[in-house]
Design a binder for this molecule. Structure first.
Ligand code: 4AD
Ligand code: MG
Length: 442
């Protein structure tokens, strides 16, 4: 066949339409491809509810169509994969305002004894069947919400001059303390999975000004809480010529843009998750800021005494967050509580120019950030104080040798952000295949 001279005739097939887009096809005959959610008959009529990942659709089968398709209809059970054709009709009793008057069905893949039914299952059972559980409406809504949040985070940063730059995942040294490193054998040399791209982003910020990373990070966390994963995704912006205050402004603008964007773009997902929208609507910058010292006083007044220099745990964070209707920055921690690279406050060097952003409603720290040390001698001292081998940070110290400037950045924990915005109890549902202290399956 010579292209251009002979008209090419496509084989017989019909384009499928996504269920979420059917409202624009009222009165037309269309083909939909999806999976059976349930199948029931009521007198002369049969109903099949289908899902295709975009939404659900009720298909109705009547009279002689029912008789013609009877043998195939008999095979339709939960999760049978099908292509169905029919006329799109308005129906105000259904969500989406439409139903399908079905006149044909093809079975693409049959399904026998799907393990997850409408009855309640325990969390361990569901997690062991995560590869199938992902098909349920709540999990689909969470995956869609996660995708929307990623898009909104990236759009904000891309539109504000941040260049995406991808730091390595395999690294020779710790970024966030040596107790949570996953060691790997790198051709006989020790290496680690990245805990944070930050150190490399500092190098990239000196090349590009404003940069960010978006990727997986790893912590061998021995914590079994609803906030901890061993593999989680982080968005990490880093800015040259940026000091502590400006760093907070970027954080609150970013979080406001994401939350307001989700309210605009994800009403269906928030509906499935039964999220209280009022709590999200009040998330507007600027966010309140309280120092570690003020936090201790506030906690003390509410009966939770913490001694200066002690770290704050989940109950403290929850109590602090309860005092505000939007996220709150907790700032100026004692330097001993924080990472080696954090800049001390010049007016009180016992304090680090660091901030954690605490989400409302008990979701805890969603962002950790700080101004970084830009003075070489101070950085060298800090490495030694933290028992880190300066030789392994030789390249990082070069950044303080050649045109060092004040710079700052932060890391947004994606799963915690999704858990808070979606109003879900545990981060394990906000990532497709969670990795935790006790779970590496499926
Ligand atoms: O506060 P972290 O440890 O900060 C850093 O890693 C910085 N180097 C980031 C930077 O400045 N570029 O982690 C940042 C955020 C936390 O606020 C939290 O939301 C999330 O990452 N996070 C975790 N999420 C799930 N499971 C874990 N084990 C997490 N550890 C931290
Ligand atoms: Mg932190």
């Amino acid at each position: 066949m010579t292209l251009g001279t002979t008209a090419w005739v496509p084989p017989q097939w019909s384009m499928t339409v996504k269920i979420a887009e059917l409202a624009g096809h009222r009165g037309e005959t269309v083909t939909v491809a999806g999976w059976v959610v349930h199948h029931r008959s009521s007198g002369q009529i049969e109903f099949i509810v289908l899902r295709d990942g975009s939404a659900q659709l009720q298909a109705v089968i009547r009279g002689d169509v029912r008789a013609r398709l009877a043998s195939r209809l008999d095979q339709l059970v939960q999760e049978t994969a099908v292509r169905v054709s029919g006329m799109v009709r308005p129906d105000y009793r259904n969500t989406g305002g439409i139903e399908l008057e079905m006149d044909d069905v093809q079975i693409v893949g049959d399904s026998e004894g799907f393990p997850i039914g409408p009855k309640a299952h325990g969390i361990d059972f569901l997690m062991d069947h995560r590869h199938l559980w992902l098909r349920s409406p709540r999990q689909v809504a969470l995956m869609r919400l996660r995708a929307a949040i990623i898009r909104l985070l990236r759009n904000f940063l891309d539109e504000n001059g941040f260049v995406i730059a991808d730091p390595p995942v395999i690294t020779p040294s710790a970024a966030e303390g040596s107790t949570t490193l996953f060691a790997i054998d790198y051709f006989g040399e020790p290496a680690y999975l990245s805990q944070s791209g930050q150190l490399y982003l500092e190098a990239l910020a000196m090349a590009l000004g404003r940069v960010y990373a978006f990727g997986p990070t790893f912590r061998a966390e021995k914590s079994k809480t609803r906030r901890h994963l061993t593999e989680f995704w982080m968005v990490e912006p880093e800015m040259a010529f940026c000091e502590f205050e400006e760093n907070l402004v970027w954080q609150e603008r970013l979080v406001e843009a994401v939350v307001q964007g989700v309210l605009r773009e994800c009403p269906a997902e928030l509906g499935v998750l039964e999220r209280d929208l009022g709590r999200l609507q009040s998330v507007r910058a600027p966010f309140p800021r309280i120092t570690y010292e003020e936090a201790l006083a506030l906690l003390g007044r509410r009966g939770l005494t913490v001694k200066w220099g002690e770290d704050l745990g989940a109950p403290h964070e929850t109590m602090l967050a309860e005092a505000f209707d939007r996220p709150v920055f907790l700032t100026h921690f004692p330097v001993e509580l924080k990472a080696f690279y954090m800049q001390p406050d010049t007016s009180d060097p016992r304090l680090a120019l660091a901030a954690d952003l605490l989400a409302p409603e008990g979701y805890g720290e969603i962002i950790g950030g700080s101004q970084r040390i830009h003075d070489l001698a101070l950085l060298q001292r800090r490495l030694v104080e933290h028992d880190l081998d300066p030789e392994r940070y030789r390249w990082y110290m070069d950044l303080r040798r050649y045109g060092s400037v004040p710079h700052s950045g932060f890391g947004v924990g994606l799963e915690r952000l999704v858990a808070w915005i979606g109003g879900v109890e545990h981060v394990r549902e906000t990532v497709a295949f969670p990795r935790t202290l006790t779970r590496l399956w499926p």
